[in-house]
Design a protein around this ligand. Sequence first.
Ligand code: BES
Ligand code: ZN
Ligand code: ZN
Length: 487
Amino acid sequence: METKLIYQALDEVAADAVAVVFFEDGEGLPQAKTWLDEMRSSGEFTGKSGEIATLHQPQGLKAKRLIAAGGGKKDKFDAAVLRKIAGTVVRAVKQKGVKKLAWMLSGDNDTVTAEAAIEGAILGNYEPVMNKPSSEAKPLESFALVAPAHLAELEAGLKRGVILAEAQNFARDLGNQPANLMTPTIIAQQAQQMAREFGLDVEVLDRERMKQLGMGSLLGVAQGSDEPPVMIVLKYQPVGVKSNGKAGDHLALIGKGVTFDSGGISIKPAQDMEKMKYDMCGAAAVLGAMRAIAQLKPSVPVTGIVPSVENMLSGRAQRPGDIVKSLSGKTVEVLNTDAEGRLILNDAITYAKRLGCTHLVDAATLTGAIVVALGHVHTGAFTNNQDMLGRVLAAAKEEGENMWPMPLDDDYRELLKSAFADLANIGPRWGGAITAAWFLREFAEDTPWVHLDIAGTGWLDEAAPHLAKGPTGVCVRTFAQLAARWA
Ligand code: BES
Ligand code: ZN
Ligand code: ZN
């Protein structure tokens, strides 16, 4: 989809449709008052959030349709609401013959507004059709933001929004591919191709290399599959900043890349097992964020680390009760082979620290328990460092991604005790998202770290008005923003 910024008045805009936001309390673009009054008095439109009404061949306008988009209450309107509304309008009109959509920005325009509108549009225009050439998806061809006069802030917002939303759609593409078409090897190829395109350094550790290093925890998960595991390392280095040592901060983004989670010998029920192709959405978020970071060029060095395996059953698969030795030297008793995410992430966390990373964030579809706790609304956020959590939550808020802090008190730690190893890979039934997070914390140790459990927010089981069914690309924007605002 082509995106652009044009400077025109409402009646000059030539497009298949031009959209204007109106609020419940009657406010909206003054230029559009006549047409809006018509729609309101007919009872077709009230301005409630998410509502859409169409006026065909509006008199006095060049555009073929005027779309009234409900903005809800004006005092509750912010970038997050605008992003959703733009996505909702795009998804509604693209099914109804509109190819060229224009979007009127209202009075108080700045970078954030332009960015949110363009992001909503690009995210809303996305359909997962790569394996369905016969699909009836009819994407928009162009989306134009319309402002009354030239403003540098708008140009900047448009540019940033395009970078972030395209990176998020890239992550959604990775997540949408089924497990036969998105193996660890293919994720590594995708990462290499992306790195080449956007100028990042990339290294892929193979099984042999991981054996030499001693990543026994990750390799234990991988051993049941015929698909070889990988550890992908992507590096963004700002010009003029040393990567580690005394030079300062170095951020690591770590993402769970289980391309299919059958559960292993502790096998999952057949019902819904196909959804476990999404168990690499944390990895996708990291790759998407690195793609955006390569273009936004923040001043902090960022390393993206993606441990990727397939969790399968076979004569070589690891058994419940097996004990593995992690890269950190700590031994783990594998009481449940379905708690595999933490087994691959711990080696990635230790590796990140060895590479000199000073601050760690991970994203993982880690537990069903987080979905019980927070549903599909909030990502669960865990930390060993409140300052670090504050930074992540601030970035998430700016990007309109819902995250909620979860407890991680010492009282939960003892639930991971094992009689035979340094720790067990599961605790008792209750509080499963917290014991999973504590497991990771054991490896982060004192390095400031935030863990984001995206099992409830990583994909949509059904389409939303503003977003297609499937992977959401959650965390891409938060991660990119975290890096961009680091200093
Ligand atoms: N990938 C799953 C977590 C998951 C479940 C994500 C449902 C999305 C939806 C993870 O590897 C897993 O299986 N976790 C187990 C842990 C348990 C064995 C302690 C779980 O949550 O049931
Ligand atoms: Zn599992
Ligand atoms: Zn899993």
